[in-house]
Design a protein around this ligand. Sequence first.
Ligand code: SF4
Length: 401
Amino acid sequence: MNLPTIVHHRTVPAPNRDAVRRVLEQVEARGSITREEAYLLIHARGTALVQVMALAAAWRDRGHGRVVSYSRNVFIPLTNLCRDKCAYCTFAKPPGHPEARYLTPDQVLAIARHGAAHGCREALFSLGDRPEALHRAAREWLRRLGYPSTVAYLEAMARRVLEETGLLPHLNPGVLTYEEMARLRGVAASMGLMLENVSPRLMEPGQAHHGCPDKDPRVRLRMMEDAGRLRIPFTTGILIGIGETPEERVDSLFAIADLHARYGHIQEVIVQNFRAKPDIRFRDRPEPSLWDMLATLAVARLVLGPEMNLQAPPNLAPDAYGVYLLAGANDWGGVSPVTVDHINPEAPWPKLEELRRVTEEAGFVLQERLAVYPRYLTGEWLDPRVWPYVQSHLLEMGSGE
Ligand code: SF4
């Protein structure tokens, strides 16, 4: 398999304003950025960073105008058991923990119906990675539920949600095989897997992904490539502040850009900031600063180009997220009027009225979108079994309901 080159980390001194200006002129004239240029720009701070953000924002305007999108979703945490042990995770619970569980079919349908009644259109299935491979309790749960695997249970629940509520499933179940994705394509509008970071260094002892077989970047790039071969509209992204260097963030963005250049299937890229929490292994790690987020977002826009949908989660910077729009972002992701962010339960979603106000204060228009982005609304990208449900939402949105 022809995977992108993995470049190890190295450091570059913070550039001065003139050096940044010269690089930005070349990037703008060429309409693209080299890896070396991105390594330099991601270190920009102060007024040099403002220059980088200005070009990133101009490219965003070129691709998306002044429209910022979001999806009204419900979050369905099908299981919080997981075979991995990420150092920053508060979602996964070990067997025996009072909150460890699989949702029952009734619970899944109740969440979905509640969301549908409140105008949601997306059912975000987020769950631990293949828990039955490690935990006997997970195998027991699945046996009682009557399914051979978590992925088989996911397929059945996504189908029921789609057919019984009309919500469009977006599936986030961790690493999948080609065959599993081929099956799930028939019950989902889109799927996702955060690349997080392309550096295998983060798998080493003491690092964020030690003890996490599913966080091997080669495994994740393989799944992302399979999604491209299967014509699945796919969401991915990077997680910043988990021990990676700025250069490794750039390498990760180039890996995503490379896959998208070959398959055209990356519908959005998330830049997510690590948040420290008291009950995680990385509880004492410093969080990335707002400057880190702005520099990473701006460089992401320049690496991924004007057309890419670039998302940053508003609930992980509740006092500052509006400024992400000045660094090239054009999407707020899934925003739920009814369920909490189970990955970051301490961070409530901004209410939609607040999201609209912040977006408009920054000079933009907030617009609802589906779990699948407009350019993927074709028979090439959507399974015929999913298409009628998508069309029904489009009709409603077109009629202003
Ligand atoms: S971040 Fe995801 S893969 Fe890692 S432990 Fe948590 S649920 Fe599992």
